[in-house]
Design a protein around this ligand. Structure first.
Ligand code: 13P
Length: 290
């Protein structure tokens, strides 16, 4: 059964650990994430952008794949099906498709007031259906699904205003960016995180752009209130690297290794291994129903 992400993230805040939110791209990707979470008895959030949903033929297909795999694989840990960076319109579509958790990313709206109004509306609708809601304040830099933003330190007062609308967890820019970090990246601003935390209390905070942040820095952010860490590029990179190694070794030319079940297996095994490392780094292993 799929659950919303509220209880698992509140438990993470209390227990001072983080929960990984991994983006999925297809059935095997989802299976790899679920395998890692189950083996380590960790709660997990599987999330999907509009772009990755289009690739998989829509939000309903994505949700059905996740739900059916949870059932078929007899997964015993909590799993949330989350919309990542939804536009206002995406939110309604994902809600109809049965997502148990929604991110309305209003940080790209023309004004903060529009972000506030729409977040309030989405919170009301989602809570009437038992769905958890993530909102965003301050753009997260980098390019994701063609959406670029400047990357900024979120305004703590704006974070408080959005938090007070009753959102269940909040994404706020603290110097993080999506994708691979440039060499000269300044790092996360723990000062800004502390200012936001001081105004938002026990609200779980979300760190986007979880790829490539030094482990100790992520762990410091977790200690300071981050409970959900979004990871996408990292798993794509390990998948691509393992696939490349398999092909470059010439193994793809042996026997029936052109069969996608063999050709792509090293890549999916690499996702399982890397997801497990990250779960341990974030400290959610063994926290199944904590
Ligand atoms: P990365 O691709 O940098 O891991 O970021 C993922 C993310 O924040 C999804 O919302």
């Amino acid at each position: 059964m799929l659950v919303n992400a509220t209880a698992m993230l509140q438990a993470a805040v209390k227990g001072h650990y983080g929960i990984a939110a991994f983006n999925t791209n297809d059935l095997e990707w989802t299976r790899s994430i679920l395998t890692a979470a189950e083996e380590l008895q960790s709660p997990v959030i599987i999330q999907c952008t509009r772009g990755a949903a289009n690739w998989q033929q829509g939000f309903k297909v994505v949700k059905d794949i996740v739900e059916d795999l949870v059932d078929y694989m007899k997964i015993t840990v909590p799993v949330a099906m989350h919309l990542d960076h939804g536009t206002y319109e995406d939110c309604f579509e994902a809600i109809d498709a049965g997502f148990t958790s929604i991110m309305y990313d209003g940080s790209h709206e023309p004004t903060f007031d529009i972000n506030m109004e729409r977040t309030a509306e989405i919170v009301k609708l989602c809570h009437s259906k038992g769905i958890s809601v993530e909102a965003e304040v301050g753009g997260i830099g980098g390019v994701e699904d063609g959406v670029a933003s400047n990357g900024e330190l979120a305004d703590p007062e704006e974070c408080k205003a959005i938090a007070d609308l009753g959102v269940d967890f909040l994404a706020c820019g603290i110097g993080n960016i999506h994708g691979l970090y440039p060499e000269d990246w300044a790092g996360l601003s723990m000062d800004r995180l502390a200012e936001i935390k001081a105004l938002t209390g026990d609200l779980p905070l979300v760190l986007h752009g979880g790829t490539g942040i030094p482990t100790a820095m992520v762990q410091e952010a977790i200690t300071n209130g981050v409970a959900k860490i979004n990871v996408n590029t990292d798993l794509q990179v390990v998948m691509a690297k393992a696939t490349r190694a398999f092909i470059e070794s010439g193994k793809d030319l042996e026997g029936k290794n052109y069969d996608p079940r063999k050709l792509l297996k090293p890549g999916f095994d690499a996702i399982v291994d890397r997801a497990k490392e990250l779960i341990v780094d974030f400290g959610s292993d063994g926290k199944g129903w904590a």
